[in-house]
Design a protein around this ligand. Structure first.
Ligand SMILES: [Zn+2]
Length: 287
């Protein structure tokens, strides 16, 4: 009886020693696979790619990759990450466990900025800076000042890719001054790849719709027609900029030699106004 106990004790000591002193993995005792990444964060343009380079002492393990937000960045099974649209995404890199190694995980952070030619609806409400980038966090990753907010993506309003609204008013003036002043504004706030203009009634409508407005496009606007502009107002406010409010804003759409359309942000209606009136001016960028 006593002898048997001693044998058991010896066996426990031997096994215990092997656990604490040996670093050799075996089927009963998988060890840390020590998964790391050569680089764990990146700033990418939409459409740009970068390959994640994982390292591990487990040379047999298979890596898998998963994006936290496929609107922002996608990743293939070889670890090639492609920026999709502005925002932040995390790529989870995983290494499967096997008999000898524990599973491993590592995180790769991707910050993506958008471009005018590749703008997506996911980026509506985000800010555009003068280098023609669209950033989720405005100036934080860009040295160029922000000047506009992406408001519509599409080519329905005589634009190639979309429309963005200026972040502030260009003052007041009569209709002639509002139309011609777009040139001065362009010189003051040039945006690579975009053209400033006084919004037409179509531009206004598509920006309202792009920002979530519920009124469908109206081809023939009549005096006093009401349109839902709340999405545009809310998004500008959320971005920290003054939304057009309590006033009339010129549109470039003419009705006659003396009259042109203006948008009124109190009751959300389009009106025919005499061109010599002094009304607010806010430009948009067509790109
Ligand atoms: Zn930028």
């Amino acid at each position: 009886m006593k002898k048997k106990c001693l044998w058991m004790l010896a066996a426990i000591l031997v096994c215990g020693a092997s656990v604490f002193t040996s670093c050799t993995s075996n089927a009963d005792n998988p060890i840390n696979s020590h998964l790391t990444l050569q680089k764990d964060s990146v700033l990418l343009a939409s459409g740009q790619t970068i390959t994640i380079v994982p390292k591990s002492i487990n040379h047999n393990g298979q890596y898998t990759f998963e994006s936290s937000d496929k609107n922002v960045a996608i990743v293939d099974d070889k670890g090639v990450v492609t920026g999709v649209s502005a925002g932040l995404a995390t790529i989870k890199v995983m290494l499967a466990a096997d008999h000898y190694y524990q599973e491993g995980t590592a995180l790769f952070k991707v910050k993506v900025y958008g471009s005018l030619t590749g703008a997506t609806e996911h980026e509506i409400g985000m800010l555009m800076c003068q280098d023609g980038h669209i950033h989720e966090d405005g100036d934080a990753t860009c040295r160029k000042p922000r000047v506009a907010m992406l408001a519509y993506v599409g080519n329905k309003s005589n634009c190639a890719h979309g429309l963005a609204i200026a972040l502030w008013d260009a003052g007041n003036g009569d209709w002639e001054k509002a139309v011609s002043g777009a040139e001065t504004w362009s010189n003051d706030y040039p945006v690579a790849g975009g053209t400033w203009r006084l919004p037409s009634t179509d531009d206004w409508q598509y920006m309202f719709i792009g920002c979530g407005g519920t009124t469908p496009y109206i081809s023939k606007l009549t005096q006093g027609v009401k349109v839902d502009a709340q999405g545009l107002i809310n998004k500008l406010s959320a971005a920290g900029y003054s939304a057009p409010s309590t006033n009339y804003y010129w549109s470039s759409t003419e009705n006659s030699k003396d009259k042109a359309k203006a948008w009124e942000f109190v009751t959300n209606k389009f009106y025919n106004f005499t061109k010599t009136y002094e009304d607010c001016i806010r430009y948009c960028i067509a790109f």
